[in-house]
Design a protein around this ligand. Structure first.
Ligand SMILES: NC(=O)c1ccc[n+]([C@@H]2O[C@H](COP(=O)([O-])OP(=O)(O)OC[C@H]3O[C@@H](n4cnc5c(N)ncnc54)[C@H](O)[C@@H]3O)[C@@H](O)[C@H]2O)c1
Ligand SMILES: [Zn+2]
Length: 362
């Protein structure tokens, strides 16, 4: 059984298909489409052996398919690999109505999406996300990008797909660390606007950790609804979309200081959410119990809740001030009033932030 979520944006309305028979859904989508008869499949060297041929088989009944396989890794989400994809599209004479299917995690979705956004000023893009993070986060909202040596996602665009196919069956082959890391983002949706999702995760931790089918369907669908709801209201990250950055100010600082190598993004977000809720409690924005619930749920999914002691408090503070999303270097945090309710607060007292950082150290 598949669920369909309709997304309305300024530039496009499209559907996100979620469920178990996702390739059947993809088949009927391409059969009824009015695309031209050439398509590109962009994936990577890990995902292709797992699912590449299955997807090609579906597409080949409708198109001539040109498959491009990226090396696996965030370090390949760069302008050089982007150019190679564009070369490949040009050499195979893809035209304005040739769709590009991005099969993989957030890295593939972001770089292939940026190629689709720019080649011939934009060709149809279809996301087939295969990681939990890509299904609940990166495939929704239309952000596509590559990294630059001066920063992550520095070159990019807003470009909405024609459709998204989130098959939960892809998720069984994910390494455990990828699965748990992305759960931090799911918990984030609970804190920022979905108390029901948060409580469900508290009560069904074991099922979720063991990737029980019903539990997976529930959390993937709920997360997509949450993110779609936010980005529909604010496509270009001006206002409400900022609440998606809950836990991310500290997370970005930690990732940068560890040069993106020491931890997964979701792990940094877990630490960042504990920090944000500690700050909320210390500033009397929430009760202590809210902070404790957030910390406990993250621990029950074996996610980190401390800042590694090797990082100096002053360095963390400075790194947070230089975060790309910080406005004019003022430290603005998404803080929590309760589970399911957050607000954006400018914190002017460096001392309170410093104390909270110190309290977070292992
Ligand atoms: N566009 C956005 O709005 C947005 C939002 C959040 C994150 N991102 C970006 O997403 C990226 C991270 O995405 P990610 O966490 O999916 O990482 P990823 O794409 O690197 O995937 C993680 C690992 O899992 C492998 N993999 C993918 N699918 C698999 C499967 N089904 N089974 C087994 N292995 C599989 C990948 O090859 C990779 O080794 C970052 O570049 C980040 O900047 C973008
Ligand atoms: Zn994130």
């Amino acid at each position: 059984m598949n669920d369909i979520i309709n997304v309305h944006t300024i530039t496009k309305d499209y559907k996100i298909y979620i469920g178990e028979d996702i390739l059947d859904e993809l088949r009927s989508f391409v059969e009824r489409s009015d695309y031209s008869d050439k398509s590109a499949l962009v994936t990577n060297s890990t995902v292709y052996p797992l699912y590449g041929e299955k997807v090609e088989r579906v597409l080949k009944d409708r198109f001539k398919v040109f498959t491009y396989i990226l090396p696996d890794g965030e370090e390949y989400k760069n302008i050089h690999e982007f150019i190679k994809i564009v070369d490949f599209l040009a050499e195979n004479n893809l035209d304005r109505r040739s769709p590009l299917f991005a099969l993989g995690g957030g890295v593939v979705g972001d770089i292939a999406g940026f190629a689709a956004a720019t080649f011939l000023r934009g060709i149809p893009l279809i996301h087939i996300p295969t990681t939990l993070l890509a299904q609940v986060d990166s495939s929704i909202g239309g952000k596509v990008a590559v990294n630059h040596k001066r920063g992550k996602n520095l070159i990019g665009a807003f470009y909405q797909p024609d459709a998204v196919f989130s098959g939960i069956d892809f998720l069984y082959t994910l390494p455990d660390r990828e699965w748990r890391g992305a759960l931090a983002e799911v918990i984030k949706y609970g804190v920022i606007q979905d108390e029901e999702l948060f409580s469900y995760m508290e009560k069904n931790t074991e099922k979720i950790l063991h990737r029980d089918r019903q539990a997976m369907l529930y959390i993937v669908k709920k997360s997509i609804l949450n993110k779609a709801n936010i980005v529909q209201r604010d496509e270009r990250e001006k206002d409400i979309r900022r609440i998606l950055n809950f836990g991310h100010t500290l997370a970005h600082a930690l990732e940068k200081m560890g040069e993106y190598k020491t931890c997964r993004h979701g792990e940094a977000v877990a630490v960042g959410m504990v920090f944000a809720s500690l700050l909320s409690w210390k500033l009397n924005i929430c009760e202590k119990q809210v902070y404790e619930r957030i910390k406990n749920i993250l621990q029950s999914f074996s996610l980190p809740v401390h800042i590694p002691s090797k990082f100096e408090t002053d360095d963390i503070y400075d790194a947070m001030r230089w975060d790309k999303k910080a406005v004019s270097n003022k430290l603005r945090f998404v803080l929590t009033e309760n589970i399911g309710k957050v607000k954006i607060v400018t914190v002017l007292e460096p001392q309170i932030i410093g104390e909270a950082i110190d309290k977070m150290k292992e």
